[in-house]
Design a protein around this ligand. Structure first.
Ligand code: NAD
Length: 418
């Protein structure tokens, strides 16, 4: 999904849905239903702080669509979390799951808090109370949360424990992105970056671009960006630049990503790396390269810099890194943009594998997980490309057309209750 120029994420999501509805001649009744989330819960989360104060945080869980199965989506801890943003992200998850043909609808949740200023004990108490407050609408067959910005495996472990203790059972399938020991999946941690790598491989081939030696710039050297950079480097692409929120490093002959990762395993202080020149994030986006991977935050490619983007392929590792205005400029320049709902769908796909393994209580080898992920990502890319070519539209429009049509078709089959 692209973001509105002024951060109106929900407005942008609705505009996208409206445009696609027109293009696919969506039934007006179904269109109305899809414009609204099926359920939205706002909860207050009273939390005892370490200094004896009581703080009351606001938490959300939005389930956009429950037509094809339980809902799925991350939990975000961030001061900007609000109902509109969570709703937009839940809608995005619906299209993403439908596009990947996963048996889920979309959801999203979060707590408005600055988790970077909270102790581990405060985070645990807040997470447990938040989980209790939303417990009536989550569950392995209802809604399955996962980590998102500023939540991690430990937060998922506390959520799983709180749910399990209240139900009097052990329920690993209630969340994904858990620690391995509690029913997490091999390959989950690197699944999103790996998915970006798989779609890029097939996209380069389709664009007639030699993959070996392709020059790649990666914005954001966190979970998604660092894994994508490592796999591309291992496959002989030339990763010329990477960055974090402080800035980046550039070497036109290629960075040694393996050494970089060995020296800075968490992506911090990468600008101290000796074998490259320091650049800003803006400079990184505008570098002379074949492939650009924005894998940091939303709203990075805008009408202000889109004209100066020189990459031939942009793969959106992050959610919403491109504004609608920038999208139009890039389309005019014939830049291939692989949209977020496709490019970063590896994460939810392996989350699906984790949930299946938890339900079956039978765990797969890592190579099986990676092979199945590769198959699903490649097939999804091919479906999107075929529709884009047939309808003469960009990949984002084609991906949304596929996602929305699938949900609409399922709604039509189920009919309207009562
Ligand atoms: P992360 O926290 O591991 O890494 C984020 C990286 O971006 C860090 O290197 C950080 O320093 C950098 N960054 C932060 N603000 C920046 C800024 N203003 N400019 C440049 N760099 C900045 O996060 P992640 O899990 O890698 O997620 C990155 C993006 O991918 C997010 O948009 C997230 O929603 C999306 N995403 C992640 C997953 C997943 O499985 N992790 C799945 C789908 C989508």
């Amino acid at each position: 999904m692209t973001t509105g120029a002024h951060g109106g994420m929900l407005e942008a999501a609705l505009q996208q849905l409206d445009a696609v509805a027109e293009r696919i001649k969506l039934d007006p009744g179904i269109h109305k239903r899809l414009r609204q989330p099926q359920r939205a819960l706002i909860v207050s989360v009273p939390t005892a702080m370490d200094d004896g104060r009581l703080e009351v945080f606001t938490g959300y869980r939005v389930q956009h669509d429950l037509t094809m199965g339980p809902t799925k989506g991350g939990i975000r801890y961030h001061p900007d979390v609000n109902l509109e943003e969570v709703t937009a992200l839940a809608m995005l998850m619906t299209w993403k799951c439908a596009l990947m043909a996963l048996p889920y609808g979309g959801a999203k949740g979060g707590v408005c808090c600055d988790s970077t200023q909270m102790s581990r004990a405060e985070l645990e108490r807040m997470t447990r109370r938040y989980t209790s407050e939303i417990i009536s609408i989550i569950g392995p067959d209802r809604d399955i949360p996962a980590p998102d910005m500023y939540t991690n495996e430990q937060v998922m472990a506390w959520m799983m424990d709180t749910y399990s203790m209240q139900r009097g059972i052990t329920a690993p399938g209630v969340v994904t992105g858990k620690p391995l020991l509690l029913g997490g999946s091999l390959g989950r941690r690197e699944a999103t970056g790996r998915g970006v790598y798989y779609v890029l491989k097939v996209a380069a081939k389709e664009c007639g671009m030699p993959f070996k030696g392709a020059k790649v710039a990666v914005q954001g050297f966190g979970n998604v960006g660092s894994v994508a950079a490592r796999l591309l480097h291992e496959d002989d692409c030339c990763v010329v630049a990477v960055s974090n929120h402080r800035g980046g490093i550039y070497n036109p002959r290629g960075l040694d990503i393996a050494t970089l990762l060995a020296e800075h395993p968490h992506g911090e202080a990468i600008s101290h790396y000796r074998d490259g020149d320091r650049i800003t994030n803006q400079e990184l986006l505008e570098l002379d390269c074949d492939i650009l991977i924005p894998a940091a935050v939303e709203g990075q490619i805008t009408e202000k810099n889109a004209d100066r983007i020189r990459a031939r392929i942009v793969a959106e590792g992050a959610n919403g890194p491109t504004t609608p205005e920038a999208d139009r400029i890039l389309a005019g320049k014939k830049v291939t943009v692989i949209p977020d709902i496709l490019a970063n769908a590896g994460g939810v796909t392996v989350s699906y594998f984790e949930w299946v393994q938890d339900i079956q209580q039978y765990f797969w080898h890592e190579h099986e997980i990676n092979e199945r992920l590769s198959e699903i990502m490649t097939a999804a890319f091919q479906r999107v490309l075929a529709l884009a070519r047939k309808e003469q539209v960009d990949l984002r429009t084609a991906a949304l057309m596929l996602g929305v049509s699938r949900v609409a078709e399922a709604k039509k089959l189920r009919g309207l209750y009562p």
